[in-house]
Design a protein around this ligand. Sequence first.
Ligand code: PLP
Length: 497
Amino acid sequence: MLPFFRTKLINFIMKNNGEISLDPNNWDEIRKLGYQSIDLMIEYLSNIEQNKVWKPIPPKTKEYFSSSIPLKPQSTNEIFDDFINNILPYPSGNIHPRFWGFVKGTGTPTGAIAELLATTMNSNTGGGEHIANYVELQIIEWAKEMLNFDKKASGLITSGCSMANLTGLAVARNVMSNNDIRKEGLRSMSQDFVIYGSDQIHSSIKKSIETLGIGSNNITLIPTNDKFEMDVENLEKTIQDDISNGKIPMAVVANAGTVNTGAIDPLNKIAEITKKYKIWYHIDGAFGALAKIVPEYDDIMFGLELADSIAFDMHKWMYMPYEIGLILVKDPIAHKLTFTLRPDYLSEETRGFSSFKNWATEYGIELSRGFRSLKAWFLIKEHGFKKYQLLIHQNIKQARYLGTLIEASDQLEILAPIALNIVCFRFIFSNKDDAINDSLNKEVLLRIQEEGIALFSSTILNNKYALRVAITNHRTKMSDIDLTISKILEIGNTLKK
Ligand SMILES: Cc1ncc(COP(=O)(O)O)c(C=O)c1O
């Protein structure tokens, strides 16, 4: 240990009767740091549109993050300055009004404050009789109410939709097996499970099926129509063939909003098929499930409430700070039987801390869990449910507006119907050669990103490279869309020369 540090530590220990802790010596310093942080947050977020959406991290800064572990303490002032210089300038960009890449939510200032309060309480929501667990249950109830889902359903707040999909499909696997799969494992099964999903399913479904030991070769990808929606006739025929061949159809995974284009599978028809053949019905509604709350989508989203399990995120289209996803399972007993395990050291009591029923750890894999629901509780109360209906609709209208700008330009081309908040399109560099279109559109995307104008991502549709704008952003304005389209045209025309 360095001599300077040793002397400081010895002095400190002497002053505190030999006892140490991580609390500050001087609480006023923390108060100052807190005020400074809140000032910074307000300054930063209220002027966010003046920043570049994204900027590359300089090699020197990257190098700075390969230093060895600090041995001596640093003042919080120093650390705060370090944060301002080396971390804050390089965010992922999804707080900016012109971030529309992948499917990322925007966050809100009150959400950040709620996170501070949640970590101040530092509640572990794995279980126990304390208020955070009642807040968790409240959010699960509100989620059911929002989606018009069965009131008796159980639920779990997760880190995101990948974990929610995994949790729902774990319940499906156990329910659909006629053995005690928890004890015997998949080896005890005499027939193979098959999982069905459209050729547009998200990678997290594939990962879930791999993690559950079923193997992604046992996912049958059902073709989609020209709107990228599952072909349900093909689904039914494939199920019939598989049953005749002695396979066990385990689950159909429907998309309420595909990641590529936002397409919504025929939810009600899939419900009829899964009921007819007694197959688990799981919906991956990461962002699109929230369209259920927009009255205009009543018909299209009909059938969502018929699922056995539904996974979605509040950190995407409810704009909450990361992380918060949710799984709802219609059969609470099946849900609990998949995960419950209460060894002696976690036994339930009739009184005291362990008297709480509904331990979250009995509904999922984690034991220790953070207090993710506090921000949801804060934000839904702050804005009211109706505001979310309006904001989600606003994003859909923005996507449609972008669609009209693309349709109006003879230099741009729409590559998929706009079902929700996602627009896939390209600049037409060549009418004959898609290799040219692919490489130059990629160049357009990279220049827009690197110049910090906007940030959208890409995908491939019908073998064509597509620029993909997914709007789950409460800060976006129509003028952001205008500006981005004019820049795309400008860059496209420069590249065309
Ligand atoms: C349709 C779909 N499902 C699942 C996921 C995974 O969600 P998360 O990133 O919250 O794990 C995503 C993420 O974009 C998605 O779009």
